[in-house]
Design a binder for this molecule. Structure first.
Ligand code: ADP
Ligand code: MG
Length: 269
């Protein structure tokens, strides 16, 4: 639980995690930017990645040779116009889809060509994902939504054997994202910001090495978006590597690295 325990510890010492209490959502982000030390070995890399979609006989090229790498602990912003392929790229990085050509490497190992079962395991155990529209299950409470990755990855017997410990872990995370007063609420009873907090807790429950975020503040007002950014920034400072798609240049400029997609390739900074 390194990221989670680091975050809880830093929350206590800094005492600044309450929304709106700091110099602004960007303050700790800038600190993170200064502090990052690159150790040379990427945690994630895209190598000459191509991806097209097909509509009948028409081929729509989206990615045409995308190349970049991400160091452990880095906060990377992926930017580009609507339709430039940001979500497509994030899906490829998250093994939800496979490139037509090129390679994705994670922790020193090629992952895009693994059998589906092995890709599922990597996705469930090593990656966390959050989305613009949260993708929470509407019939489940906050606590149940946060527990779903463990239900899926453990199997029924193991889940029930370990349930008490899993629930404890989920409650800790829900507390960390500031939602402990909404444990039994269903998504429709939560605000947008609260739904994204629940989705972040769910993304972290399996202790991922990498968080992939697709426009996580895209459906939130500025203040609420700032609070979510503060949470992501705190997680990054606690050691979590984050790749975030965003439209918002003011957020992108504060990341360690910006990957700008233009006409299917990464535009030089
Ligand atoms: P972004 O996230 O940057 O807005 P996307 O990656 O969602 O862009 O989409 C890139 C392009 O690919 C768009 O032109 C979109 O219409 C097209 N596209 C995305 N998904 C599909 C799909 N499943 N089938 C066909 N075309 C798609
Ligand atoms: Mg998109």
């Amino acid at each position: 639980m390194s990221v989670i325990s680091n975050l809880s510890a830093s929350k206590q010492t800094r005492g600044d995690s309450a929304p709106g209490k700091t110099a602004g959502p960007h303050a700790s982000f800038q600190a993170a930017k200064r502090d990052l030390k690159k150790d040379g070995k990427p945690i994630l890399a895209a190598r000459n990645v191509f991806k097209s979609y097909h509509k009948g006989k028409l081929e729509v090229p989206v990615l045409r040779g995308v190349d970049f790498s991400i160091s452990p602990g880095e906060f990377t912003a992926v930017i580009g116009q609507s339709g430039s392929g940001k979500s497509t790229l994030l899906h490829l990085l998250g093994t939800l889809d496979a490139p037509d050509q090129g390679e994705i490497h994670f922790e020193g190992r090629r992952i895009d060509n693994l059998p589906a079962g092995q890709r599922d395991t990597i996705r469930n155990q090593k990656l966390g994902m959050i989305f613009q529209f949260y993708h929470l299950l509407p019939e489940l409470s906050t606590l149940e939504n946060v527990l779903t990755p463990l239900m899926i990855s453990s199997g029924v017997f193991s889940y029930w054997r370990n349930k008490r410990q899993f629930v404890e872990r989920a409650k800790k995370l829900i507390d960390m994202v500031g939602l402990s007063h909404r444990l039994t609420h269903k998504p429709r009873e939560l605000s947008g910001g609260e739904m994204q907090r629940a989705a972040i807790a769910r993304a972290l429950i399996a202790e991922p090495k990498l968080l992939l975020a697709d426009e996580p503040t895209g459906n939130l007002d500025r203040k609420t978006g700032g609070e979510i950014m503060k949470l992501l920034s705190d997680l990054n400072q606690s050691g979590l590597t984050i790749v975030m798609v965003t439209h918002d240049m003011s957020l992108a400029q504060l990341a360690h690295q910006t990957v700008s997609l233009v006409e299917g390739v990464v535009e030089a900074a």
